[in-house]
Design a protein around this ligand. Sequence first.
Ligand code: RNT
Ligand code: ZN
Length: 414
Amino acid sequence: MNAYETAREAYASLGVDAEAALHRLATIPVSIHCWQGDDVGGFEGATQLTGGILATGDYPGRARTVAELRADFEKAISLIPGTHRFNLHAMYLEHGGARVDRDQIEPRHFAGWVEWARSRRLALDFNPTFFSHPRSSDGFTLAHRDSGIRDFWVEHGRRCREISAYMGRELGSASLNNFWIIDGWKDHPADRLLHRELLVDSLDRIFAADYPVEYTRDALESKLFGIGSETYVVGSHEFCLAYALTRGVMLTMDAGHYHPTESIAEKVSALLPFVSNLMLHVSRPVRWDSDHVVLYDDETRAIMREVARADAWQRVYVALDFFDASINRVAAWVIGTRATIKAMLFALLEPIELVKTAEQEGRLADRLGLLEEAKTLPIGAVWDEYCRRSGVPVGGSWMDEVAAYERSVLRDRS
Ligand code: RNT
Ligand code: ZN
C-alpha cells in the first residue's frame, strides 16, 4: 500500500472520505493577488506606495513590467495545484505610454490582461486603487471634505465597475470587484460622523448603476487602522458591514484588519444567515503588519474549517492579500497559496460527522478528543497525492524550480 492509500484508510476509520475531499478541493478557486509580484507597485510609474500599507524588504527580482509580472505569476501557478483566479488592481493597467489618470481608465486598458487570462484559462478579479496617487496624499479619497476630490474618486470607482464587468463578461466568470478605501486620521478627529456620511454618499453614487451579477460583484473591505490612520478609519468594520447589508454589496473581511484576538473565522457563521456571499482576504497579521505571507497555521485552518463546516464554498470567496519584498516573490506566492489550499484540504478532511454526533449526544470530551486526533492524521500523504494528480511538484521540490527561475530570470533584473 502506498502512503496515500494508508492515509485514506486512516481517514476512513474516522468516517472521512479522502477521495471525495480531493475532488471537492479541485473545484474551489483561490483569487490570487497580482501585487505580491511587484510590492504593490503597479504600472503607472508611481515611485511610492501610500495609503497606509507598506512592502518592506529589497530582495532582488521584483517584476517591473506587465510581461515580467505575467511570467512570474505563470511560474508561480505552475507550482500550485488547482484552477485559480488572478486578482488585479486598477493601477496595473496597460496605458501604452500615454498618461491615463484614474478617472480616465477604460476596459481597453485591461484588454491585454483579458487576452492573457483567456489564453491561460484564468478568470480575473479586480480592485479600484484608492492609494499611491497625488489625490490621495492627505489620506482621504471618497470621504474627502473637498467635493472635487470626492468626484474624482467616484469616477474612478464607477469606471472600475465597468472594467470589472468587462472582465467577467469576456471571461465568462463574474469578476469580484473589491473596494478598499484608505480614508482615515492619524490622530483624534473632531468629526467622525462627517466623513462616514460623505463615504456613504460617494459609495451610493458609485453603486448607483446596475451590472449583471454574472459579470461583476462588488465588495467593500473594512479596516481597523493603517500606517498614518491609526486613530480613525472611515471604513471601519461596523461601517462596511452596515453599508454592505443595507446596499446589497458584499463585505470583505481581511484576516489582518481586526483587533489581535478577533478572528474572521468566527465571523463567517455570524454573517452567513444574513448575506448570500462574503469575500475573505486571507492574510497574516504580525504586530503592526496585516500582510505577511499566509502560512498553514491555526488561523488559516480555522478560517477554512468554518467555510467547510458551513459547506459554504459557493458563497464565501477566498482571496489572498499579502506582500513580502524581503524574499523571493515567486516563492512567496507559492508558499502562501499552497498553504491556503492545504488549509482548505485540512478543513475538508475533518471528521466532522463524528464530531457533530459527539456534540449532539453530549459527549463533549469526545468532541474535543476527536478534534485533537484529527490534527495528526496523515494529511501530508493526501496533500502530496493532490499535488501529484494536479501535475505540480510534490513536497518541497517546488523550491528547486523557484531557485532555477531565480538563476535564469530574476537575477538579471536590477
Ligand atoms: C489594505 C487592504 C487591501 C490591500 C490591497 C492592495 O490593508 O488589505 O486589500 O492590501 O488592496
Ligand atoms: Zn485586504
